[in-house]
Design a protein. Structure first.
Lengths: 297, 208
């Protein structure tokens, strides 16, 4: 996260062995590209939902919440790149007040995006679960008003947590809270989806489309959960190692891959629209309508 | 977050600056205590390798568990009788379920979207347009609805009576069919005509 200062500026080379793990540095252009793609994709999802009345249902609002948090994550990276550029061009005083304040704001945006993503994914899973298992009562359980209230609560909590975590980021309980959210949400989402999957399997068995439907279900679930795990776990482990064993050589070697881990989170923002939003035929239709209407105008 | 940890470590060694001593860590970002790489027993990237291998193994294991769940013996074989009943109910539930009281029972638009989307999650419905996407879940929906109705009220007969109040134009007397297999489900489904497409064929085709 702290790329504001060029990392190679003041390395005391004599303190490092020849066999250490040099930090893996990815070109900033890659980050920039991925972030811009992420922002554009999620913006498209948001526009499609805003412009279409028939897509304004609770389920799509939750998908929008996920799109917003992904967009914030990508915006964070873009802003950080811009700050780095200004810093390298000399417009910003290093370690000046403006830079550190801007840095703090950007860090809280990052944590807000992380927490927002985690909570949005959980709430999407809960919504789908209610859709399947409480189908008749779905519209009385998940009303628009409750949706708005839940999303407001989630985002307020995430904003508050983001600011708190940045302010108190050097305390260990903060780090533990942050890193424990990930496995908790993962287990929660896993349980919900596996239960849904079991129901779909039992139904598919009844209508004798057993092998392929279930294989597709297994693949879909694996993709949903696998992307979540692969994109988030490396960064969470990085935060844990950084807190508890920063001087251990093995941990240091893992932490040298920090930029790769950060890039995985950016990739998550790019992949999420494809596995959540664009799997919905209605949203794809709305999207095509948007594109073609623009073309004809 | 890295910044804050560096603050913690470098607070002991940072210089005092005029504005804020907390922020002088940055020059020490890569100088946090020289990490000695001498005498490592395992490969230096062992945590990296171990982590990624573990992650891959976990995801693959999860995938195999999911696919194995599909192949293991049916825990529903002992519920064969109740599933037969469900199939019978499906026919007339589907008949009247949607059109008769769309506002009360469920709003057609919203519920179809939301429930059809579960199958859209599972089945790549790229080539389907909206009416079909809604259709293919009718058998699934009615099953779920019925289960839900049972679960919700706790009194099947009462729920059934409530449902049977509605007019059932094409109720096929499938309840007299003792051996109820999947073909019978297909036979009992055609009375459902939602937007000019027979559900069973659509669902059967699209589930492939």
């Amino acid at each position: 996260m702290k790329h504001i200062i060029n990392p190679y500026e003041n390395i005391n080379n004599s303190a490092r062995n020849n066999s250490d793990c040099p930090p893996v540095v990815l070109p900033e252009e890659i980050f920039f590209t991925i972030s811009i793609v992420g922002v554009l994709e999620n913006l498209i999802v948001l526009l499609a939902v805003i412009k279409n009345k028939n897509l304004q249902s609770p389920m799509y609002f939750f998908i929008c919440s996920l799109a917003i948090s992904d967009m914030l994550g990508s915006l964070y990276k873009i802003l950080e790149n811009i700050l780095i550029m200004f810093r390298n061009m000399g417009y910003l005083k290093p370690r000046g007040n403006f830079e550190t304040t801007a840095d703090d704001i950007i860090d809280s945006m990052f944590i807000l995006s992380l927490l927002g993503s985690i909570f949005s994914l959980s709430v999407i899973a809960v919504d789908r679960y209610i859709t399947i298992f409480h189908a008749l009562k779905y519209h009385s359980i998940v009303t628009m008003r409750r949706t708005v209230v839940i999303l407001t609560i989630i985002w307020t909590f995430c904003t508050g947590s983001g600011i708190t975590m940045v302010v108190f980021s050097h305390h260990i309980p903060t780090v533990l809270t942050f890193t424990s959210l990930f496995p908790l949400m993962l287990v929660f989402i896993l349980c919900l989806y596996v239960h849904m999957f079991l129901l779909a399997r039992s139904h598919a068995r009844k209508i004798s489309t057993l092998p392929r439907a279930n294989m597709k279900g297994a693949i879909t679930l694996t993709i949903l959960l696998g992307v979540f795990i692969f994109c988030w776990a490396p960064f969470v482990l990085h935060v844990l190692l950084m807190t508890f064993c920063p001087n251990n050589p093995y941990c240091a070697c893992y932490m040298s891959l920090f930029q790769v881990n950060g890039m995985l989170i950016m990739c998550n923002a790019v992949i999420d629209p494809f596995i959540y939003a664009f799997r919905s035929p209605e949203l794809r239709d709305a999207f095509k309508k948007m594109i073609f209407c623009n073309r004809y105008q | 977050v890295e910044m804050s940890v560096q603050r913690l470590i470098s607070n002991r060694t940072s210089q005092q600056s005029a504005s804020n001593s907390d922020y002088t860590w940055e020059y020490e970002y890569y100088e946090i205590g020289p990490v000695s790489f001498e005498g490592l027993k395992a490969h230096k990237y062992s945590i990296v390798i171990g982590f990624w291998v573990g992650l891959a193994v976990f995801v693959i294991f999860m995938f195999f568990v999911l696919t194995l769940l599909t192949k293991t013996g049916a825990p529903h074989q002992d519920h064969a009788e109740s599933s037969e009943k469900r199939f019978r109910m499906n026919s007339f539930v589907s008949d009247f379920g949607r059109p008769v009281e769309p506002d009360k029972v469920f709003s057609r638009q919203g519920n179809e979207e939301s429930r059809s989307l579960f199958h859209c999650y599972i089945n790549e419905v790229d080539h389907l347009d909206r009416p079909k996407a809604c259709h293919q879940t009718t058998a699934f929906d009615s099953d779920v609805q019925f289960q839900e109705a049972l679960r919700g009220s706790g009194r099947p007969e009462e729920e059934l009576n409530r449902l049977m109040k509605f007019d059932i134009p094409n109720f096929v007397n499938s309840d007299q069919n003792s051996s109820f297999g999947e073909d019978d489900l297909l036979i009992s489904d055609p009375p459902i005509v939602l937007e000019n497409k027979p559900v069973c064929q659509t669902s059967h085709k699209d589930m492939d």
